[in-house]
Write a new protein. Structure first.
Length: 75
C-alpha cells in the first residue's frame, strides 16, 4: 500500500487527521449539513533510514499520530 510505496521511493509519510466529517455528512447520504471540519497535517515521517522490516512500525506510528489529534468524541 501507501507505506510500501513511500518506503520503496524513499519518500516521507505525511499523516493526516480529519476531524468532523461525521458531523457534516451522515452515512448513506450525499447531503452536507453545516458544521466544522478540521484537517491536521502532521510533520513528515522520513523513510530514508528505514528497512523493509520497519514498515509495520511506520504504520503503527502513523496511526498513533493520527489518533492523538482526533477530537475527543472520535476517540
Amino acid at each position: 500500500g501507501a507505506f510500501q510505496i513511500a518506503y520503496d521511493m524513499k519518500l516521507p509519510v505525511v499523516p493526516l487527521t480529519l476531524n468532523g466529517p461525521f458531523d457534516v455528512m451522515s452515512r448513506n447520504t450525499l447531503l452536507f449539513t453545516p458544521g466544522t471540519l478540521e484537517l491536521v497535517i502532521h510533520p513528515p515521517i522520513p523513510t530514508e533510514s528505514l528497512s523493509e522490516t520497519d514498515i509495520p512500525q511506520l504504520v503503527e506510528r502513523s496511526k498513533e499520530i493520527i489518533q492523538e489529534a482526533l477530537w475527543e468524541k472520535y476517540k
